[in-house]
Design a binder for this molecule. Structure first.
Ligand SMILES: [Zn+2]
Length: 323
């Protein structure tokens, strides 16, 4: 994945913003604590003056004093945590705050790009920065089986259970998932849940609606002359930790789509990089619409989950209208 200077700067500005937002937040917390627990500030001041005298002693070469000062500082720090918990705050309430503890909001760990940097690149390059917002609404904590009964419920429960397992065993046990069935039965929801969990764990996830994916690919292939751009995007599609193609079948299917889809499935399978596809098509429609070899790849490489039931989105709308 290659970035232009402007794109690089915009990612780095994101980190600066996170740093200043978190510094401000921590500062506000500190003020709140010293107002509520005045003793906290006293201890904090003692630690500062002890640290200064420790520095002085170090310069003078007095190593015994350094050891005892170090112990004293440690016990005062523990006392600060006790004060916090006694007042009902978490012990780490005044620890530094980071959006990404891994790189401490710098974007780099040991000179290498942090996983959050890689995801920021993907978001930028594929204009999916709204994915995080979307995923706030769609994640396993919002999972509900209220809308299903009987066989529909069994199917959904099984698919949800295996979606969680997919996340747990990610990178250990290679699987691809294919969710298909009628409209509004939770297929995209499960894909989103998985995307959210894996992104939180630092994996790179590319999420495309089928229409957008093939539209993007065909634009670059036919309208641009940039070979570099095209190889970059294929490189990302083949190598990202998880590729999600949502709503397969809603694109304008043609020979270009068929061959791009086939390469995607094949190349990712060779690399053992998992893919999730959701589709409103039945297996029969899938086989009629795509080439034999795509159909056989999907049915042999993917775990197939059929979801059925009423259209949850319509159901929710009806309830909302009644209120
Ligand atoms: Zn990071």
């Amino acid at each position: 994945m290659a970035l232009t200077n402007t794109q690089y700067d915009s990612i780095m500005r994101g980190y600066e913003k996170a740093q200043s937002r978190n510094t401000y937040l921590l500062d506000r917390r500190f003020k709140e604590i010293i107002t509520r627990i005045p003793e906290y500030l006293q201890i904090d001041n003692s630690i500062s003056s002890l640290s200064i005298s420790r520095g002085k002693r170090m310069l003078e070469g007095d190593f015994d004093a350094i050891v005892s000062l170090k112990e004293e500082i440690a016990s005062l720090s523990a006392k600060k945590k006790q004060l916090l918990t006694k007042a009902g705050y978490p012990a780490d309430y005044l620890d530094p705050i980071y959006d990404c503890p891994e790189c401490k909001d710098t974007g780099f760990v040991n000179g290498e790009k942090c996983s959050c940097f890689k995801q920021a690149m993907i978001n930028l390059l594929y204009e999916q920065s709204n994915i995080k917002e979307m995923l706030k609404e769609e994640n396993f904590s919002k999972l509900s089986t209220d809308y299903y009964i009987g066989e529909d419920l069994e199917r959904f429960t099984q698919a949800a259970k295996n979606s969680k397992k997919f996340v747990e065993d990610f990178k250990i046990d290679y699987h691809n998932l294919f969710f298909y069935g009628t409209v509004g039965t939770g297929k995209s929801f499960l894909s989103s849940c998985i995307a959210k969990e894996l992104m939180d764990k630092g994996y790179s996830v590319i999420y495309f609606s089928s229409a957008k994916l093939f539209d993007t690919l065909s634009k670059i292939t036919f309208e641009y002359k940039s070979k570099g751009e095209l190889s970059r995007i294929y490189d990302d599609l083949y190598n990202c930790d998880l590729l999600i193609i949502d709503d397969l079948g809603t694109e304008l299917t043609n020979s270009f789509v068929t061959s791009s889809l086939f390469s995607c499935l094949n190349e990712r399978h060779l690399r053992k990089n998992p893919t999730i596809i959701s589709s409103n098509l039945s297996l029969e429609e899938l086989s009629n619409r795509y080439s034999e070899r795509i159909f056989s790849r999907i049915t042999s490489y993917f775990d197939l989950y059929k979801l059925t039931g009423q259209d949850i989105r319509m159901h929710k709308k009806r309830i909302a209208n009644r209120k």
